[in-house]
Design a protein around this ligand. Structure first.
Ligand code: NAP
Length: 495
């Protein structure tokens, strides 16, 4: 069916082969690969007015990637213009724009389309999708590419509404608030906070960082690329392939091995982190407070050259007493102290569970995904879940990583989804659905393996839903890519 024929605007209903929700790295990659496979009858619905996903949303000062850009980019789209090893938010967003343009995705992108619901019509084997402004779409295949780190998590502290100063979350940075000479509090000190704290520490009058847990932090050792390095990577593709491999191997055989509990690599990562701490923090009491009390890799290992030096500044204080409540002028902590602030910034991360919480997804016989996942999200390789035929998830349950680029996982998933679609088409079937017992078997394997990894050795993290690790993959990218290279058709039911 051609694109023009398949789009019927009658009754405000647009019919397509595939609908993709979300125009971040995952959604864009899906679009590119669908076009390559000749499955061009698709739209990417994006609720915002621009593409980019997390790189559009997170504009806080100092926002940059904590995976080197040579690897945190599509394997098929090398960018010789990266200015430094770890790129800033604006450059990554530009890369996404340039790539979308180069691969001709503009006509497939629909902005301002916030998907409210998606339900599967069993009789017709079609997904019916509605947006918040009443637009309706119908597609054979539905691909969710909504990310895991999107909706800011703002803990509900008692009396929060009483605070008279300004408050915002790092993922919704309020650039209208001038922090110069202000008394500022930051709640949280993880991946986002360690990036913006050094930036704002330079201009504020005072900064109090409220830490609940310390983090393992490796030095980033960033530097701008020399012109000759950029030219070399543009002209000699082998250079970039070797460089990607080197970055990948450091994560896969270094950090992942530590996460897996290997004593030697855990000791090495731990030692490098402690050396980094010692190098910048002279005060033994502060050093103790900044030393994590959980194994390396249980939470994301961070990279920063600037966080510890910022904490060593005279205008910066680390508060470790827990926050009891807000007051009209600031925060009250469990040690009875009252702290006064002009601005409070939440660096408290994202609501990562339940998955797909903001879309009412209903599969066969009206089965709600919330009910299907009431004991925690699960999916076969994070992509397929029983009861939801032709629903394909990118960056779904148990596909996050703590050691390397998520784009490797996304590309493997996208290729896998294309294979699923092609098989449905070639078999002249309407849909494919994962077998319930096979999905359960896969998830048992995941949970058994995850229970031996560092991720399971903290009481809570964004990787977990209650006691269950719902977000992370239980191995390396090499294994994931290998296992997704071929579809095991015996575990799918075609109908
Ligand atoms: P996060 O890792 O979830 O950290 C949230 C921080 O807020 C933690 O320090 C947490 O303390 C603290 N917190 C949460 N609730 C609190 C409460 N009620 N009271 C006090 N403190 C509280 O969030 P994030 O820093 O935004 O990072 C999330 C993920 O985004 C990262 O793991 C990473 O995958 C990704 N990220 C990536 C980049 C990049 O460069 N690619 C940059 C930023 C973020 P606890 O540790 O005690 O829970």
């Amino acid at each position: 069916m051609t694109e023009s024929k398949s789009r019927s605007l009658a009754h405000n209903l647009t019919k397509l082969h595939t609908l993709i929700i979300g125009a971040g790295f995952a959604g864009l990659c899906m679009g590119i690969k669908l076009k390559e496979a000749g499955l061009s009858d698709f739209l990417i619905l994006e609720k915002a007015d621009d593409l980019g996903g997390t790189w559009r949303e997170n504009t806080y000062p100092g926002a940059e990637c904590d995976i080197p850009s040579a690897l945190y980019s599509y394997s098929f789209e090398h960018n010789a213009d990266w200015q430094s090893k770890w790129s800033g938010q604006a450059q990554i967003l530009k890369y996404q724009h340039d790539t979308a343009l180069k691969y001709g995705l503009e006509n497939h992108l629909r902005y301002g389309c916030s998907v409210d619901s998606a339900s599967y019509d069993d009789a017709r084997a079609r997904w019916q999708v509605r947006t918040s402004d009443g637009q309706e779409f119908e597609a054979q295949h539905l691909v969710t590419a909504v990310g895991q780190l999107h909706y800011p998590s703002t803990p509900s502290f008692p009396n929060a509404e009483a605070f008279q100063g300004q408050v915002f979350h790092s993922a919704k940075w309020d650039h209208a608030v001038d922090l110069t000479n202000k008394r500022v509090a930051v709640i949280g000190n993880a991946a986002s906070a360690v990036q913006f704290i050094p930036e704002i520490a330079k201009k504020v009058k005072s900064l109090s960082v409220f830490q609940r847990s310390a983090n393992w932090i490796l030095p980033k050792m960033d530097r701008p690329y020399a012109k000759w390095e950029q030219r070399l990577s543009a002209r000699v593709p082998m250079v970039i392939r070797v460089y990607r491999w080197y970055i990948w191997a450091a994560g896969e055989y270094g950090v992942l091995s530590a996460i897996n509990g290997n004593r030697l690599t855990r000791w090495v990562v731990r030692t490098l982190c402690l050396r980094n701490l010692k190098r910048h923090i002279n005060d033994p009491e502060l050093r103790t407070k900044l030393t994590p009390n959980y194994p390396v890799g249980a939470k994301r290992v961070l990279f920063s050259d600037h966080f510890y030096p910022a904490l060593a500044r005279d205008n910066v204080a680390l508060e470790t007493a827990s926050i009891e409540s807000f007051t009209s002028r600031g925060l009250k902590t469990s040690d009875g102290a009252e702290h006064e602030f002009d601005v409070i910034i939440y660096g408290t991360g994202f609501q990562t569970n339940p998955f797909l919480a903001h879309i009412d997804v209903r599969g066969r016989n009206g089965l709600s995904i919330r009910d299907a996942w009431r004991n925690g999200a699960h999916a076969y390789y994070g992509v397929s879940t029983h009861g939801f035929p032709n629903l394909h998830m990118l960056y779904g349950p148990n596909t996050n990583l703590g050691h390397t680029s998520i784009i490797i996982m996304l590309e493997a998933q996208v290729d896998y989804v294309v294979r699923l679609m092609q098989r449905v088409q070639s078999a002249q079937a309407s849909a494919c659905e994962i077998d319930q017992a096979e999905e359960a078997k896969f998830n048992q394997e995941m949970q058994a393996r995850l229970s031996t990894m560092a991720f399971s050795q903290v009481a809570n993290s964004w990787y977990m839903d209650g006691n269950k690790i719902t977000n992370n993959w239980a191995g390396g990218t090499k294994e994931y890519v290998r296992r997704l290279q071929q579809v095991d058709w015996s575990v799918y039911r075609l109908n």
